[in-house]
Write a protein that binds this ligand. Sequence first.
Ligand SMILES: Cc1cc2nc3c(=O)[nH]c(=O)nc-3n(C[C@H](O)[C@H](O)[C@H](O)COP(=O)(O)OP(=O)(O)OC[C@H]3O[C@@H](n4cnc5c(N)ncnc54)[C@H](O)[C@@H]3O)c2cc1C
Ligand code: SF4
Length: 628
Amino acid sequence: MVDATAHDADKVWDVVIVGSGFAGALIANELGKARKQVLILEAGARIPTNINDYMTRFYKASAKVPESPYTPEIFDDKGLIDPATVNAGRPTVLSLGAKGKFGDWTDPKTSYLVQVGKTPFASTYDRVAGGTQHWLGTSLRFVPNDFRMRSAYGQFVDWPIGYQDLACWYDAAEAEIGVSGAVADQEYLGIKIGKDYPMQPIPQSMVDQYVDASLNGTPLTDAETGFLGMGKPVANIPVRSLPAARNSEPYRNRRACAGNTNCIPICPIQAKYDPTVSLNDALSTGFVKMMDRTVANDIVVGENGRITQINFLRYQHERGPKSEAKPGSVRAKAFVIAANAIETARLLLMSRDRKGIANSSGMVGQHLMDHPYYVSWGLVPKPIYPYRGPLITSGIGDLCDGPFRRERGAFRVDIGNEGWNFVVGGDPNISTVDFVNGLNRTGTNPSADALFGKELATKLNNIFTRQFRVGFLVEQTPEPGNKVTLHKNLTDGLGLPRPEVSYSLSDYTKKGIVASYRMKKLMFSKMGIIRENEFTNVGDDNPMRFDEVVDGETVKLNYTGAGHIMGTYRMGADKSHSVVNDMQQSWDHANLYLVGSGTFPTGATANPTLTIAALSLRTADHLIKRVL
Ligand SMILES: Cc1cc2nc3c(=O)[nH]c(=O)nc-3n(C[C@H](O)[C@H](O)[C@H](O)COP(=O)(O)OP(=O)(O)OC[C@H]3O[C@@H](n4cnc5c(N)ncnc54)[C@H](O)[C@@H]3O)c2cc1C
Ligand code: SF4
């Protein structure tokens, strides 16, 4: 990694970028290729010389959660580490526990995000060079109506740009990150792609094929699908292959996927793209340098509202004393903040002695969104052989746009290939322990049998080959009350204010989860899954559980985080109702660009990163052609 030297500290860079995740790394690479002088400030540790350092951390971790391979440390022998002692902290799924239990979500001694809302904000992110590497890789385009919710359905706001403005940037992003996909499977609900994906799709799994055959064996009736509110009969619901930033063949010196179902938290062979690929490319141009363990903490405004410099604190050890961190500053012609939707809002709000910048609209931090992820699971009647292939290879996208969006949130369906690994807390382990020790934590051993030898092997084979898990990504309302602010007193290890998060689900969003539940019922009945309630076991004290009356019956519903953090510095056509314009340029500070999914005015149902990448490439092009 090319580090900035003491000499570099005095220079005026073309661009300083804060954050080296997807958005930051892609922009740095484009600017570097255009021979612009760029400095990246990255809060986390540098990329290890050998990616196996991450693998080793993952192997040794006692909790195999998405954050395990990456620094900073989440727990030690005393339990979860107090975020007040960590210099660049981060959220973890381990601090989403019930009140009073391990990882109590309301306890700021274990949760980096200070959660003050009705329900937890359940998504996480990383703090390493290369950003959130534990992503899955699903790379969907938004459908055209996702950009025009107000015009099409009278809901929320329109984006200041439409699908057509982004289409060529989607093409460029798919080439840059390397997406495998089938055009025929993706041209639905108005999406036009018009050229092949860089690689053919990853084959659909046996699980995917079983769902498709079960749902579409005979035409569906209006009585079965009327609840969808599509405004037309739905006789067929295709299970489509999902485009993913995962090599189906060797691409740009990276290997093809070997299908071993570990994409979250880490692909051991980098068949899945992660931003370290673009970051290394950027650094190799010779025009981009980077300072790691460097936390930007103040954006300085000069004359005419232009940004003159960014101040930072550079620490040596993850949990070293605050006094050890060295302050510094960097100057540039333009500044790009690519620190994700929570950390970018935090940086803007803590600048200028906590008076905040870029906030004449008062909207910085507001409209925080995720895709609340409703999950359910069960056993199908015959073997479908999960635990093979990437974690997800197919889904149902055709139901994510229609007249129902006047009334309720849309959903998109993900079909899991990882059996019950994600949902019961680590299968095959948990089921095995159930049958060895006569327990019933998974719901599959109601008579508490303790088995051994051939009987145990037969039982486990029978269960593992039939496990099925489905997830629904639900469209969330952008609301002013769902927000990131700064906590008044609680700080991180550097003494900087921690993000305070207020979050809850609106009725519109909850109705989307109810529709997901109905869709789950339809799928499970067609797939022959029975007794699923005995398996889909969401604890009564789970803070992400809620009850709804559906068709006269009270049902337990749940959500978790999708990792899709959006909306806290929205783009718009009007400076009084948005923070940036359609180029992701601050309305208040002409040489400040705020990038990433914080600029999304609405969240739709597609995973956000391909759209982040497309917008980033568009902004980089604007910087190169119009600004520098
Ligand atoms: C489990 C999981 C699965 C996911 N799967 C998918 C998927 O399949 N498809 C998809 O589209 N998306 C997925 N996502 C979402 C995806 O990871 C994010 O959209 C993406 O990481 C956002 O990129 P970013 O560059 O905006 O932010 P990040 O990846 O969060 O990078 C921001 C960087 O900025 C640095 N930073 C922050 N603050 C400062 C500061 N003050 N000073 C210096 N540096 C700073 C951080 O350390 C970090 O390196 C997933 C997320 C999770 C958690
Ligand atoms: S299935 Fe394995 S090889 Fe393929 S992307 Fe996932 S982790 Fe990498």
